[in-house]
Design a protein around this ligand. Structure first.
Ligand code: FAD
Length: 624
């Protein structure tokens, strides 16, 4: 129950305000249009929209909804109403505020403005609060001068990996005054771009600088989707988003229902991130691979590194530290092996494997938008390039009768859908082959690709005779090697049209074109995986076609294989301190440790780990 007087405090949040597409100024407009004001008035049961002052409302979220059952496609808004601005301007509006009652999912009362800023401003506030000098207030996006820790010797922290988790952990720790060294086996974005160019054009794979390894981690040459399942409106996600904005991301990522950056925006953003870390005193070393941990009396006291380009281990160097943050992603399989040599506990975990499907983007636009598809115009139009998300729950004996212990529950779902994107090679080894998708900010390519994957777990690994903590890694590798063989080598990807895959027949010479630049080869993809995976994919595709009629098309091409959807391993750690439970002084974070599944969740994990470690290192009391 809300006290009547409280209704005049803070904000009211109004959800699900739908504006028909033909009345909306378009996907890039984030202001309050007349059409939106009408919907607001309707939600408030306020008689005259024209009397509502637009400046009292601000857009929190905007997404496009073209689901089939809607009478017409619409933009759906979440809007905050600043009660004070209403009171100042229109005394006659008081009555209707008295009438307002929160309704779940429609109207919510936010008694105070949300406290969330970018990481830097949060830490500044945090330290002021901790030092007892300043009350909580919202942060702004200013950056600070480097902090000086009051003690002469700052704690030394080594962060291994410059993906989103490693970058955010480094940022928080450096802002708190730790002496941070950030080690990255791959190259800075400038050189990495050249290495990726050589891979795509001349088929030269640099083992240490590619789509997985290098500045920004696996997500740099990606679609840069910033959607996450960990709570879009949580303060931690907002902090990550605001931090990305301070480094150059467009502000609309704060409002867009499905925010994305695209590779072209990620590269300058990462350069700004790097320069900020360097200004804070972070020693960033590219081309520096961590080969081993230095452990004394069960404690990590340092790392052994070597020059990843020369690959000469005798060049190795030892770096001492008070704590090592391990943010290596899930393609650093050598690191998992190294951890086992120190008796670190690794636990196999469920993940998903499958194929990447690619359709002409126009076909997906047509399926999703019907006649409205013409408005897309390669990302320049009023409505976004169409995407999709499909999923199917699979159970029963059909798919799993090879297990003695009865049926297993599985699901098959689309993953990492890249509208207007391209299929890319995410292999880090010449004898293996796996793929993923990326796009540029306009999503203007002719193709739409997405992974179609089936969940797998320990029982599946065992069925292929893979046991132990790295059974899942071996399971991935098995299919990556098969794909490399079936593809015929030289990074050619095996492909089959969806129609042929459903009929178990080889696609002939007339396979449709693919966005994959290193070459494709017609192959029998149903021979790649065990039958329970192939059959799960086949039956799911039939279901997906019911949802998206036209999904099954001879113009849709399946590419093999998609194996690195999430980590096949978890490294147990303390929920409070983030320290590894089996090795002191080690802080496993991000996707490779099993605590994230995308850019934003990895960044959030890195941020929280930074806070936890700063606390353990007693850095909270540093000077403001
Ligand atoms: P990573 O980003 O994998 O970073 C780990 C870093 O550690 C790497 O840079 C690596 O070089 C370095 N490293 C590894 N071993 C060592 C070592 N021994 N010494 C030194 N450095 C080391 N997610 C999304 O949310 N949206 C997307 O659109 C999206 N698209 C993707 C597209 C592609 C092509 C790929 C490959 C992934 C995509 N992902 C996407 C997934 C996302 O990139 C990852 O979830 C995220 O990057 C994980 O962050 P991380 O910091 O945990 O690890």
């Amino acid at each position: 129950q809300i006290d009547e007087a409280d209704k005049f405090e803070g904000f009211w949040r109004l959800y699900k305000l739908g504006v028909p597409v033909h009345r909306d100024p378009g996907k890039d407009f984030l202001g309050v249009s007349d059409a939106l004001l009408k919907q607001i008035a309707k939600a408030l049961k306020f008689p005259a929209a024209s009397m509502l002052p637009p400046e009292a409302f601000s857009v929190v979220r905007k997404s496009f909804d073209a689901r089939k059952f809607l009478k017409e496609p619409k933009f759906v808004y979440t809007v905050d109403m600043d009660v004070n601005k209403l009171l100042d301007l229109e005394p006659c509006t008081w009555d209707f505020i008295f009438e307002l009652e929160p309704k779940v999912g429609e109207i919510e009362h936010l008694p105070h403005e949300r406290v969330s800023g970018d990481v830097t401003s949060i830490i500044q506030n945090y330290r002021r609060i901790y030092n007892g000098t300043v009350p909580i207030k919202d942060g702004n996006n200013q950056h600070s001068e480097p902090h000086k820790h009051p003690t002469t010797k700052n704690p030394r922290v080594v962060v291994v990996g410059s993906g989103p988790s490693g970058l955010f952990a480094s940022l928080v720790l450096a802002e708190f005054g730790a002496d941070v060294t950030l080690l990255e086996r791959g190259q800075a974005v400038e050189q990495r771009g050249r290495d990726i160019g050589a891979l795509v054009v001349r088929k030269i794979l640099q083992l240490e600088s590619n789509f997985c390894f290098g500045e920004g981690g696996a997500g740099t040459w990606s679609d840069g989707k910033l959607v996450t399942r960990i709570g879009r409106n949580s303060n931690s996600v907002l902090s990550v988003m605001k931090t990305l904005v301070t480094f150059g991301a467009p502000e609309n990522i704060l409002f867009d229902g499905k925010p994305h950056l695209g590779t072209d925006r990620l590269i300058p953003l990462l350069r700004n991130f790097r320069q900020h870390l360097q200004r804070l005193g972070v020693d960033i070393r590219f081309g520096t691979r961590v080969d081993d941990l230095l452990v004394e009396n069960g404690n990590v006291v340092g790392v052994e590194v070597s020059d990843s380009r020369s690959n000469l281990k005798f060049n190795s160097q030892k770096l001492g530290c008070d704590a090592a943050v391990l943010a290596v992603g899930h393609s650093a399989r050598d690191i998992y092996q190294m951890l086992l040599s120190h008796d670190t506990i690794l636990v196999p975990k469920e993940f998903a494997v499958g194929l990447r499907i690619e359709h002409p983007q126009e076909l997906i636009n047509g399926i999703q938008y019907a006649e409205l598809a013409a408005e897309v115009r390669s990302g320049r139009g009023r409505i976004p390039v169409a995407d999709y998300k499909v999923g199917k729950y699979i159970s029963g004996h059909d798919a799993d009768e090879h297990f003695d212990s009865g049926p297993m529950k599985r699901s098959c779902y689309s993953f990492c859908m890249c509208p207007g994107g391209q299929v890319v090679l995410t292999t880090t080894n010449t004898s293996e082959l796996c793929i993923n998708g990326m796009s540029f900010s306009r999503r203007a390519s002719k193709w739409a690709n997405a992974a179609l994957v089936v969940t797998v777990s320990s029982k599946d690994f065992e069925s292929l005779n893979f046991h132990g903590p790295l059974a899942g890694v071996e399971f991935q590798r098995e299919f990556e090697q098969r794909a490399a063989t079936i593809g015929g080598g030289n990074f050619q990807v095996p492909v089959q049209t969806v129609t042929d895959f459903l009929e178990n027949k080889l696609s002939g010479a007339s396979i449709p074109p693919s966005s994959y630049r290193l070459g494709v080869k017609a192959a029998s993809l149903h021979e790649l995986f065990p039958s329970y995976i192939t059959e799960a994919l086949q039956s799911s595709i039939l279901t997906f076609d019911n949802e998206l009629p036209g999904f099954i098309s001879s113009n849709a091409l399946l590419h093999g294989v998609e194996t690195r959807t999430s980590s096949p391993v978890k490294i147990p750690r303390s929920a409070e301190t983030y320290e590894c439970t089996s090795l002191k002084g080690l802080y496993p974070i991000g996707e490779g440790a099993g605590y994230a599944g995308g850019i934003v969740s990895a960044a959030v994990d890195g941020m929280y780990a930074g806070f936890a470690l700063a606390k353990s290192l007693d850095l909270y009391r540093g000077s403001v």
